[in-house]
Design a binder for this molecule. Structure first.
Ligand SMILES: [Zn+2]
Length: 115
């Protein structure tokens, strides 16, 4: 399942693609989604505003990334509460924002697949 999420596969048939781009490196702007699966026709956006809930998944991913930056910062800074770590957290979160948006929507689709 994690492999299917990371490889942008449809949760229903595990063959079709959710996003038009193969990976998040192909687009740094807003990722382009298919309306429905190109293979089985599974509709990804079940209702208007469906992806509003993906914001919570994105928030959780952002927290995990920030914790990883703080953890990595412990190797470089003697004091763990160095203010420079906030700059690094901002740089990492901004540079990964396209990836976060993409992966959070895919996870949201997988979480609510059977509802
Ligand atoms: Zn499908």
């Amino acid at each position: 399942m994690i492999k299917n999420i990371l490889s942008n596969k449809c949760p229903n048939c595990r063959t079709g693609k959710i996003y038009k781009q193969k990976n998040f490196l192909e687009n740094w702007h807003k990722p382009q989604m298919h309306k429905s699966c190109t293979h089985c026709g599974y509709v990804f956006e079940k209702e208007p505003g469906f992806f509003f809930g993906a914001m919570y998944v994105s928030y959780a991913i952002g927290i995990i990334e920030a914790i990883m930056v703080v953890f990595a910062g412990t190797f470089y800074y003697e004091n763990i509460f160095n203010y420079q770590i906030f700059i690094w957290i901002a740089v990492v979160l901004i540079s990964l924002s396209s990836f976060n948006m993409r992966i959070s929507r895919i996870i949201w689709i997988y979480l609510l697949k059977d509802i």
